[in-house]
Structures are given as structure tokens and as C-alpha cells.
Design a protein around this ligand. Structure first.
Ligand code: NDP
Length: 296
């Protein structure tokens, strides 16, 4: 079997177009423009690239983008004061603090200072609790993107066996909650899981979020399974830098029914879902009907 490629780049472009259309309608019908504030502390090169890309795509869908670039030595007090200002700014509907923060800043404290209704990353403890109890919440962008692609590919996920490899707060755990919400039978695997190959072989859906280049080989995959590769790993091969996922693409693509590539799979969906979350936050803030298909 040769797997069908799930084209995250094309899916993300479609999602952005849908968001742009809704943003234009909001503007026309209500004079409201959704606004996303992104806070970057310090000069981490990867974070700078992400923030630039987020700002650009925010403007492209017709939203307002507010970038706050703070010095690496910014005090917790000053950062919290900025978040407080953004929480109280009616033109800001979404707030994202780019992680990781410099070591002297307490990430949990900072994230939990964001108004949960504006927490478009879905990392605030209230949103984690709401998602865990199946209530309306802001859903973390990367797992939301994975869920959208899975729903699009399969229709209903009900009754499917899903294995999520990785238990981080930003990917693995919320991914498992979302799959459970769609009535999958979910296993969360991690570095202490015994017989990982056997566990993965049971799965109709495999989501790999590990951070280890090409760790999952094709002979771990049940024939016909759907493989969602969240990993983004930069490796050196043949003297060149290359991006690879957490699954070994070529061998998995021979066995799987469908697979996301790296790059061009989950990655582009993350920012598209951030824009979708900002639109959702804006409609909720204004007591307007939420556009369909943009959240879990
Ligand atoms: P973390 O490092 O926070 O978590 C990694 C998880 O993998 C942990 O739960 C860890 O287990 C588990 N793990 C590590 N080694 C093994 C192993 N040998 N066998 C089984 N499980 C293992 O990573 P993130 O969740 O933040 O990110 C995962 C990957 O996804 C990374 O490559 C990251 O770059 C990528 N990513 C991509 C995004 C995108 O937009 N496409 C967004 C976010 C992340 P334990 O808990 O036991 O240590």
C-alpha cells in the first residue's frame, strides 16, 4: 500500500481563506476587526521566525496584528503589566506569549495571567480544565490542526484506536483529550512505555509528538493506519540541513493508509489554527455566532 499524503499546506491555505472570509464579514456587518497580540521576550532565533510568520499571516487574513518585542532581561513584573494591559484592551481578542521564555521568568505564572477568553494558545489552566471536561474552551493550535485533518480524512473518528506518542502539555495531552472527545479509544505513550512498537501496531491513528528524528519505523504501523507526524527535527544529511519528522516517512508511507509529510503537514496548520482561534475568541467576546468548523 502507498499512503495517501495528507497535504497540511493546502489544508492550512483553505482554512486561512475561510478565516479571511469570516473576518471580512465581521468587518462589514459589525465593524469589528479581530486583533492578535504576540509577545516575544528575548532574541531566540527560532521564536523570531515564528513571530514574524504569525504577524504576516495575521495581517493577510485581514486581522490586526500587535507585536510586542521585549528585551531578554524584562522583569516578570513588567511582562505581567503588559499582559494586564492587553487583557483590558478591547481591540485585542487573542494574546500569545511566545515560548520558551527566558529562564528568569515563570512560564506557568505568565500563561495563567492571560485572560482565558483571550488565551488563543489554549495553555491557560482554565482552558486545560475545560478541554479535559469536554466544555467549550480555547484549544491548543497544534493538536487542533491534527484533529481537523483527521476529521477531514476520516469523517467520524468514533471507535478508532488512537495512539499518541508524547505526553507534553502543548501537544500530547491535549491531542489525547481531543481524540477522546471524538470517541476514539486513546493510548498515550511516552518514554517509559513498554513495548512501544506493539502499542503503536494496534493503532488505527498514530500521532507522533516526540522530538526524535524518524523514531517510528514503518514496521510499527498497522497496514492502512493514519499517521500524523507532529515532529519537527533539523538534521544534517549528506552535508545539508534537512527537516524531518518523528516518523520515518518512506517506510511508514509504504504501510500507512494516509500520512502527513514533514515539512508541509502539521506545521502549516498550527498558525492557521491560531488565526482560527483568534476569530473564535473575537466572536465569543462580541456575543456573535461562532463560525462553524473552526474549533473542536
Ligand atoms: P516534549 O519534549 O515536550 O515532549 C516529548 C514527549 O515525547 C515526552 O512526553 C516524552 O516522554 C516523549 N518521548 C521522548 N522520547 C521518547 C521515546 N524514546 N519513546 C516514547 N516517547 C518518548 O515535546 P513537544 O510535545 O513540545 O514536541 C514534540 C515534537 O513536536 C517536537 O519535534 C516539536 O518540535 C514538535 N512540535 C511541532 C509543532 C508544529 O507546529 N508542527 C508544534 C509543537 C511541537 P516523557 O514525558 O516520558 O519524557
Amino acid at each position: 500500500m502507498v499512503a495517501q499524503v495528507i497535504d497540511g499546506k493546502a489544508f492550512a491555505a483553505k482554512l486561512r481563506a475561510q478565516v479571511a472570509e469570516q473576518v471580512a464579514t465581521l468587518k462589514e456587518a459589525h465593524g469589528i476587526i479581530p486583533g492578535l497580540a504576540v509577545v516575544l521576550v528575548g532574541e531566540d532565533p527560532a521564536s523570531q521566525v515564528y513571530v514574524r510568520s504569525k504577524g504576516k499571516q495575521t495581517v493577510e487574513v485581514g486581522m490586526n496584528s500587535y507585536e510586542h518585542k521585549l528585551d531578554a532581561s524584562t522583569s516578570e513584573e513588567d511582562l505581567l503589566a503588559l499582559i494586564d494591559r492587553l487583557n483590558n484592551d478591547p481591540e485585542v481578542h487573542g494574546i500569545l506569549v511566545q515560548l520558551p521564555l527566558p529562564k528568569h521568568l515563570n512560564e506557568d505564572l505568565v500563561i495563567n495571567a492571560i485572560d482565558p477568553a483571550k488565551d488563543v494558545d489554549g495553555f491557560h489552566i482554565s482552558n486545560v480544565g475545560l478541554l479535559g471536561t469536554g466544555q467549550k474552551s480555547m484549544v491548543p493550535c497544534t493538536p487542533l490542526g491534527c484533529l481537523m485533518m483527521l476529521r477531514d480524512h476520516h469523517g467520524s473518528l468514533s471507535g478508532m484506536d488512537a495512539v499518541v506518542i508524547g505526553r507534553s502539555n502543548i501537544v500530547g495531552k491535549p491531542m489525547a483529550q481531543l481524540l477522546l472527545g471524538d470517541s476514539c479509544t486513546v493510548t498515550i505513550a511516552h518514554s517509559r512505555t513498554k513495548n512501544l512498537a506493539e502499542v503503536v501496531r494496534r493503532a488505527d491513528i498514530v500521532v507522533a509528538a516526540v522530538g526524535r528524528p524518524e523514531m517510528v519505523p514503518g514496521d510499527w504501523i498497522k497496514p492502512g493506519a493514519t499517521v500524523i507526524d507532529v515532529g519537527i527535527n533539523r538534521i544534517e544529511r549528506d552535508g545539508k540541513t534537512k527537516l524531518v519528522g518523528d516518523v520515518h516517512y518512506d517506510s511508514c508511507a509504504e504501510v500507512a493508509g494516509a500520512i502527513t509529510p514533514v515539512p508541509g503537514g502539521v506545521g502549516p496548520m498550527t498558525i492557521a489554527c491560531l488565526l482560527a482561534n483568534t476569530l473564535t475568541a473575537c466572536t465569543r467576546a462580541n456575543n456573535l455566532p461562532e463560525p462553524k468548523g473552526l474549533t473542536a
